[in-house]
Design a protein around this ligand. Structure first.
Ligand code: NAI
Ligand code: A1CAB
Length: 267
């Protein structure tokens, strides 16, 4: 149970930590049971919530019920040793840092650990998080699932190595989609559309396709086929995109590069 004496402690309230904080508050978690450690708090409504404790450094005299680590992987090495006093063997440690392994997280001490990788659509409640647990009982997993579900969908995996792949697919994935908007707009502009018209056509198309994918029970291949009239314009474009040197192999290379980088960040 969360309480002011045994709170949920969030370390780092930037893009991802801030999104999770918003999700927890929206889900009804008492701000008095949350402590945020953040040396440069951004000016957000969530951080200004009455009753919430925001502090630059680890406070004395509290033991976290759950310790959520949302700092950059590059600073994790210097941050972890400063947090040991905040936890005991019952504290559930949840890290969302790309690449940071369970082995590294265990330097905090014995206890249940969850390594998770969310994504930025979490800030609008549409996040996708992949997670793996270590040394965690059913109750810990249920608690982590509840915390991570407040920002979207959670998928649990058994093998930690898959978290690096998930990082490459869903963690970084929103950036690929945003780049697709940019590339589609640029192609439209190159083919003659005014820049502002190309930008709005591309943006609204991805928003609409995402919303359709969200609401439709159909799989993406069927939704794609529904756009593709035989001998029509879409078929002509897909012949390029689905060619041997098209989007498939390019995406494979992109995912492989991100997976490798995730493993590098953790070593
Ligand atoms: N941005 C993304 O799409 C995703 C990020 N992640 C992971 O989430 C973590 C955070 O990423 P972002 O939120 O994007 O970064 P961010 O830079 O927006 O937030 C990091 C926050 O940590 C704070 N911080 C720095 N040193 C600290 C310390 N000693 N104690 C407490 N807080 C400290 C910073 O002031 C900053 O507000 C990273 O490990 C990243 O790998 C995971 C999935 C997706
Ligand atoms: O680019 C990164 O390293 C982080 C992890 C996944 C998304 N952003």
């Amino acid at each position: 149970m969360l309480s002011p004496e045994r709170p949920l402690v969030l370390v780092g309230a930037g893009n991802m930590g801030g999104a999770m904080l918003e999700g927890w508050l929206a889900a009804g978690t008492s701000p008095r049971s949350i402590v945020v450690i953040e040396p440069s708090p951004p000016d957000t409504q969530a951080l200004a919530t009455p009753g919430l404790t925001v502090t630059a450094t680890a406070p004395d005299g509290i033991t976290a019920s759950t310790l959520v680590l949302a700092v950059k992987p590059q600073v994790m090495g210097e941050v972890l040793p400063k947090l040991t006093g905040l936890r005991d063997e019952a504290t559930l440690v949840v890290s969302i840092a790309a690449g940071i392994t369970i082995e590294t997280l265990k330097t905090l001490g014995r206890g249940p650990v969850v390594r998770a990788i969310p994504n930025t659509p979490s800030s609008v409640g549409k996040g996708m998080t992949a997670a793996v647990a270590d040394g965690a009982g059913e109750k810990d997993v249920a608690l982590a699932d509840k915390l991570l579900s407040s920002i979207g969908t959670v998928e649990w995996v058994d093998d930690e190595a898959l978290i690096d792949v998930a990082t490459a697919v869903s963690g970084s994935g929103p950036a690929y989609v945003f780049y697709l908007v940019e590339a589609l707009a640029a192609a439209g502009e190159k083919a003659g559309l005014p820049a502002d018209v190309a930008a709005v056509l591309a943006r609204r198309t991805i928003i609409g396709a995402g919303a359709l994918l969200d609401r439709s029970p159909l799989d993406p291949a069927t939704l794609r086929r529904n756009v593709t009239s035989p001998g029509g314009t879409t078929a002509a474009a897909l012949e390029v995109l689905m060619a041997g040197d098209g989007l498939g192999p390019l995406m494979e290379r992109a995912v492989a590069a991100a997976t490798a980088r995730s493993r590098e960040l953790g070593s």
